[in-house]
Structures are given as structure tokens and as C-alpha cells.
Design a binder for this molecule. Structure first.
Ligand code: PLP
Ligand code: ZN
Length: 397
């Protein structure tokens, strides 16, 4: 027992592994993607999960994602940069039951996170680990929310943030970057264009980049949603989880958490079916899923009110598609008009002003229920990834 108590003090991180070529990377140094030029894959953090650590250790812990600190990458707790992210509520649909019938449908509501989205989780983990590794300047391309989160956590951690954002993003997302003291660069293009420029400028200026899934620890922060879903549902996972897919970090992270918890003996082998929801404007994953392909094509149909979903080609598309297939899940698109209608419906009847990305899930749920892909009595979880307040500029009220 003494041993167990000692182990709960720190991270159980062992190393980073490439899922494609198996190369192991040392976590004591700065990592991005796999060093093997032929794969350049996202790296996955591995932990010592055979310690016999009991889930009872969670009792009485802080109500943030850092309650799962053994499965997060920070070795010395003094490096944790936190603003209270995570441990968000699960809220059942109550007044729109004419649509849900005999399903129990819940929101995992991420809107109350610092800076108003679940990006806070990934960025808290990445900034903390960067601090531990002595990094001073962090740069990112963003569709909006990641930039604000990076700006805030860098401010908190005493570091410098450089954010590249498409010009077309609502003004609030830019204002918050300025207020948090970040350097904001507006780009005439989409997030891929921002990504290319960050890459060039980071090399020249010696900035560290935390672009989605090209840095290993944002995934670890987002993974904590999976731990929370299990803990908050009393270790019985729901039957279906809907996820608004941009770069796919949350989807991949939740799946990784389920695997880790099974290895820990905290949950069984039952898994939810994972549903990726994209905007009609960027539908690469949906197309690849239905065509039976293992990689996606570049897809950008232009502006969408769900800026978080305007990701023309997710870096980890292969992993997203693998999770969808392994889970016997599904993928579908939702139009801006449908998102806007759903956002208003949820606000008016449920009292929640959710992000258009989250609203897309409500519409997607109704569609899959109508086709009977969702079965009676199934328990369904929709991840509302952000607050609607930042998007009002583009909502016709
Ligand atoms: C970034 C973002 C998404 C997409 O998340 P990924 O992890 O990139 O798939 C969805 N919703 C909101 C509100 C976001 O900010
Ligand atoms: Zn590799």
C-alpha cells in the first residue's frame, strides 16, 4: 500500500510511441511527431498501467482534469499550468424529449471551461509540459478556440504565445488573444494555410509549435474527457458518443482513455459507438469513411459558422478513421443552417447556449435516430465542445 501511495504522487508516463513504426521517444526532451521521416506520425504517450492503482484514489481530488494526474504527462506538479479546466458537468436533455423518446440523451458540457471551450484541456496539458521542458515561446495555427486557450495558458504560465488565425474568424476570438497578451497573426486563408506559415516561422524563430496532433500532449489533456465520462457515469460507458470532428483530438483522446482504463481494470471491454460529425464545408472524414478509405482527401468548401470544424485535412485522419471503424461508429455532415436551427432550439428549450459545433451533434443525433441506427433504450452522449457566446456574430437572431 505504501508503494501505491507513493505512485499516486506523480505521473506514470513512460515514453512516447509511434503507432506506425513503433519507434519509442524519450519524454525528457522536446518531441513533436515521429522522428522517422517516412511516417512523421502523431506520437502516443504510454503510461505504466500495471501498478494496480485503484480508482478510489480519485475520491476527494480536485474537480479539474488534473485529478487524473497519474495519466497526464507532467512529472513535477509545480509545472502544472491550470485555470480549473475539466470535470465539466453531464446534463440530460429534459425539455426536448419528444425527439429523444426512449433514449437517454446527455450533453457533456464543455462550455464552462476557461476560455469557453474544451481546447483548455489540451492546451493546459501541452503548456504545462512545455514549461517543464523549459520552452519559452509557443506558437499555434487555430480556427479560433485553440488560439484563445493558448494565449490564456501562456499568460498564466509566464510564457509567450504566437497565434495564427484565419481573418474570417469572429472578432471575439481575436480580441481574447490580444487581451491575454499573445501575438496574433491574421491570415487570408484557412487553418491549413495558417499551419504552413507557423511551420516556416517557428523554424526561423525557434518557437515550439502545438499544432493539433503534431505535438503529443494536447491529446493527453483532451483524453481526460474519456476518464470523466467513465467516472461520471459510474464506470458504465454510454452506448453512443457523438463528437464534432475538426482535427479529431477529442475523439482519439476519448478512445485512448477507454483503452487505458481497461488496462487499469477500471472499466470492462464494452465500448461506445463513436460518431464523427463534420460540417458540410469540410467533409473529408465523412467521405473517406463511407468510401472505405484509410486516409482522407483535402476538403475545404469555405466558410462555416462552426469554425472549429473547418479543418480541410486532419493530420491524424488515419487514426480518426480507425477509431470510427473499430467502434462500429458512423460519420455524417451537418449544414450551417441546421446547426443554427439546432443552436436556437437547445437555447430556447434547454437553457444552454452551445457552440455551433455542439449544435451539429443534436441535429446528427436526430438524423441517426430517424434511421434507427440509434436503437431504443440506448444511452447517448453528445459532447458540446464550446460556448455559443463567442459565435453570436454569425448567428442570425
Ligand atoms: C477545436 C474545436 C472542435 C474540434 O476539435 P478537434 O479536437 O480538433 O476535433 C470542435 N468544437 C469546438 C468548439 C472547437 O473549438
Ligand atoms: Zn514512426
Amino acid at each position: 500500500m505504501v508503494n501505491n501511495i507513493e505512485l499516486t504522487e506523480t505521473s506514470l508516463l513512460i515514453n512516447l510511441k509511434c503507432p506506425e513504426c513503433g519507434t519509442i521517444h524519450n519524454t525528457a526532451v522536446i518531441n513533436t511527431v515521429c522522428i522517422n521521416e517516412t511516417c512523421r506520425s502523431t506520437l502516443f504517450a504510454q503510461y505504466n498501467l500495471s501498478t494496480g492503482i485503484n480508482k478510489a484514489v480519485l475520491q476527494g481530488r480536485v474537480a479539474t482534469m488534473w485529478r487524473y494526474k497519474e495519466f497526464l504527462p507532467v512529472t513535477d506538479e509545480r509545472h502544472i499550468v491550470t485555470l480549473g479546466e475539466g470535470f465539466t458537468p453531464i446534463i440530460q436533455i429534459e425539455n426536448l424529449k419528444q425527439f429523444t423518446g426512449n433514449n437517454e440523451v446527455f450533453w457533456k458540457d464543455e462550455s464552462g471551461n476557461p476560455t469557453g471551450s474544451f481546447k483548455a484541456r489540451g492546451i493546459s496539458a501541452a503548456v504545462s509540459k512545455a514549461k517543464e521542458l523549459g520552452i519559452q515561446t509557443i506558437a499555434t495555427p487555430t480556427a479560433g478556440n485553440a488560439g484563445g486557450a493558448l494565449a490564456a495558458y501562456a499568460a498564466r504560465g509566464g510564457m509567450k504565445a504566437v497565434v495564427y488565425m484565419p481573418k474570417q474568424t469572429p472578432k471575439v476570438f481575436k480580441d481574447e488573444c490580444h487581451l491575454y497578451g499573445a501575438e496574433l497573426v491574421e491570415i487570408d486563408g484557412n487553418i491549413s494555410d495558417c499551419g504552413k506559415l507557423v511551420n516556416e516561422h517557428a523554424l526561423l524563430n525557434n518557437w515550439f509549435q502545438v499544432s493539433t496532433l503534431k505535438e503529443p500532449y494536447r491529446l493527453e489533456g483532451k483524453k481526460t474527457m474519456g476518464y470523466e465520462i467513465a467516472e461520471q457515469f459510474n464506470w458504465q460507458l454510454p452506448d453512443v458518443i457523438f463528437y464534432p470532428t475538426g482535427g479529431g483530438t477529442g475523439l482519439i483522446g476519448i478512445w485512448k482513455a477507454f483503452d487505458e482504463m481497461e488496462q487499469l481494470g477500471w472499466i470492462g471491454s464494452k465500448r461506445p459507438r463513436m460518431v464523427a460529425v463534420q460540417s458540410q464545408s469540410c467533409d473529408g472524414i465523412v467521405k473517406a469513411f463511407h468510401a472505405g478509405q484509410y486516409v482522407s482527401e483535402f476538403a475545404d468548401g469555405g466558410f462555416t459558422i462552426a469554425n472549429g470544424l473547418r479543418v480541410p485535412k486532419p493530420y491524424a485522419d488515419k487514426v480518426i478513421l480507425k477509431v470510427l471503424r473499430e467502434s462500429e461508429g458512423f460519420a455524417l455532415t451537418i449544414s450551417d443552417e441546421e446547426m443554427s436551427t439546432a443552436l436556437k432550439e437547445i437555447a430556447k428549450y434547454e437553457g444552454m447556449l452551445i457552440a455551433p459545433e455542439g449544435a451539429a451533434l443534436w441535429q446528427a443525433y436526430k438524423k441517426l435516430k430517424a434511421t434507427q441506427w440509434i436503437k431504443p433504450e440506448e444511452k447517448v452522449l453528445l459532447i458540446n465542445t464550446g460556448s455559443g457566446y463567442k459565435y453570436l456574430e454569425n448567428i442570425n437572431i
